[in-house]
Design a protein around this ligand. Structure first.
Ligand SMILES: NC(=O)c1ccc[n+]([C@@H]2O[C@H](COP(=O)([O-])OP(=O)(O)OC[C@H]3O[C@@H](n4cnc5c(N)ncnc54)[C@H](OP(=O)(O)O)[C@@H]3O)[C@@H](O)[C@H]2O)c1
Length: 330
């Protein structure tokens, strides 16, 4: 192990991505000499557990990164904007799970199964559902060339962080007990309902999440001319995002199943089974099924995909990037 990766910081350690990342670092025996956990003042006095040790959660500050070799940022874009420069200035390598740097042309956007880049001190880990989609599209693009994609997503509550998950749980409980629900995180009823992704609306009618899927997928695949559109929906599922993909290829996608079976990080589920969020929860692979030819258009596939967005869509992807860095430098 090289010493430059031994002192590790997790920013946002109390959140869903940060705590999942902490579990993965322990489970995968990631080489760590000293671990520091940071969050907001809300978590002051709280601790994280790592390898049976209590790690205090510290309040994030700009001088937090002295002697830190690797910092995972698992916070909102505004926090990355404010604190990643400090981490870089203090010499840390940074893997940012927020959206802040993802579309910066100078910052690599990495899914290790698809692209790797060891030349930058800072890399971005993509949007959760863009990662899941890209794992399916990359091998198909290599095999057949992809011209156009229509992605319709069914996104779980945990994609919106801990407060979103609490909204779904507490509102469902209140509805079933016929009690009032007074602490909504979303401006819509979430229990027993679906609603369009509530990120910022753009003038062209798309929401921010849909734009992230479109632009990040093109960047991950290094396919700037890809025609891709998306509709993002929140569904009352706690964990794991699903997506229906309609994929128009340049050449006949003969035996797409065989291509996907060989794809790293992908597991094919054959009929009569099909992937479901409850089966994908806690699993590292992205599951795809119902692979079929679109009867309405030539050279076009229909595929149903489900993945644990807290794992491959966020924390696992970040840890895999760090593991690749270690392998490259040892
Ligand atoms: N959830 C997903 O499926 C997913 C997938 C891919 C990427 N992401 C991205 O990952 C990031 C984290 O998402 P999440 O779902 O883990 O959110 P979350 O559960 O709401 O956690 C947010 C974390 O940020 C911390 N934080 C908030 N304000 C802070 C501040 N001023 N200084 C330091 N820390 C602060 C929180 O600390 P306190 O607890 O102390 O407030 C908490 O640890 C976001 O950028 C999100 O877009 C999420």
């Amino acid at each position: 192990m090289k010493p430059f990766l031994s002192n590790v910081a997790i920013v946002g350690a109390s959140g869903l991505v940060g705590s999942t990342l902490l579990e993965l670092l322990e489970k995968r025996n990631f080489p760590i000499k000293h671990l520091r956990c940071f969050a907001s003042s809300n978590s002051q006095g709280k601790t994280c557990t790592f390898k049976n040790k209590m790690i205090p959660i510290e309040v994030l500050s700009t001088d937090a990164f002295a002697n830190i070799d690797l910092a995972f940022f698992c916070t909102e874009a505004t926090i990355s904007k404010a604190f990643v420069p400090a981490a870089l200035n203090q010499g840390a390598k940074v893997i940012d799970c927020s959206s802040y740097y993802r579309l910066d042309p100078n910052i690599p956007l990495i899914v290790p199964e698809i692209t790797l880049d060891f030349t930058h001190q800072l890399v971005a880990s993509p949007n959760c559902i863009a990662t899941i989609i890209s794992l399916i599209l990359a091998p198909l693009n290599r095999a057949f060339g992809i011209k156009r994609v229509i992605a319709t997503t069914y996104q779980a509550a945990s994609g919106g962080g801990r407060p979103a998950m609490s909204h779904l749980i507490e509102e469902t409980r209140a509805q079933l007990l016929n009690q009032p629900f007074t602490n909504p995180y979303y401006p819509f009823q979430y229990a027993f309902n679906v609603f369009l992704h509530n990120s910022t609306f753009y003038q062209d009618g798309y929401v921010e999440e849909e734009k992230k899927i479109i632009e990040e997928t093109k960047k991950i695949l290094r396919h700037p001319t890809l025609l891709i559109t998306a509709t993002s929906v929140r569904v009352p599922v706690l964990r794991c995002h699903s997506v229906s993909l309609n994929i128009e290829c340049n050449s006949p996608p003969i035996d797409a199943r065989a291509v996907l079976i060989c794809a790293p990080g992908v597991k094919v589920v054959d009929p009569p089974q099909f992937p479901m969020p409850i089966d994908a929860e806690g699993k590292e692979e992205v599951f795809c099924g119902r692979i079929r030819t679109d009867i309405s258009q030539k050279n076009t596939l229909e595929i149903w995909v489900v993945g644990d967005q807290l794992l491959k869509g966020a924390a696992l992807n970040a840890v895999q990037i760090a593991e690749c860095w270690i392998q490259n430098f040892t």
